[in-house]
Design a binder for this molecule. Sequence first.
Ligand code: ADP
Ligand code: ZN
Length: 209
Amino acid sequence: MNIIFLGPPGSGKGTMAERVGKEMKLAHISTGDILRAEIKAGSELGGLAKSYIDKGALVPDSVIIDMMRERFKQDDAKGGVLLDGFPRTVAQAEALDSLTAIDAVINLEVDVQVIVNRVIARRVCEQCGCVYSVKTHAASDCSKCGGKLVIRPDDNEQTVRERFRVYEEQTQPLIDFYAQRGIVSNVDATMPIEEEAAYIIDILNTEKI
Ligand code: ADP
Ligand code: ZN
């Protein structure tokens, strides 16, 4: 089973994809996480990606498509994937069609003001990448690994608004792209985390793919 999580920045794609992926034994593939790991490693790809990410722009399609083509060659991708942050443009969705068949699309819905508030409160562990909100986790270190919690460089209000604009322009058309195939389920992304994860798992199980 291959699933796409669609939704604006800050809709909780990463949080949901991690939980649902674990429960359904699917490989959680996050393009944002891959790119941040490349930046941390100081690779050529990382250096290129950083210049786009810091502005709230998308990394060019050709770069992302090559990166995902390589990622899909890894063994864990053969048992089913949960895609988080890819595809983000119609060109990427068309390229994905040549890599695998998609069974379901979970579309996380939330409005822009909620997003801005969420993203401004977001902190990530420098070491393990775990995500927290200052609203529910006041400590400045990670409860899993003890790493320092930091603000993602692209999590300031101006960049978040730009990311949302880019989402509406480039990524939202994908909802129609997949709706034409009858595989999109809309989910209210303002539910409590556990409830929302259970709701999504339920949708995927009843689709019996
Ligand atoms: P969010 O969903 O909060 O925007 P992500 O971690 O998914 O965060 O992505 C962070 C940034 O990485 C994006 O703003 C974009 O610059 C880049 N990026 C991630 N995935 C893609 C993609 N599929 N195509 C182009 N750029 C991407
Ligand atoms: Zn950590």
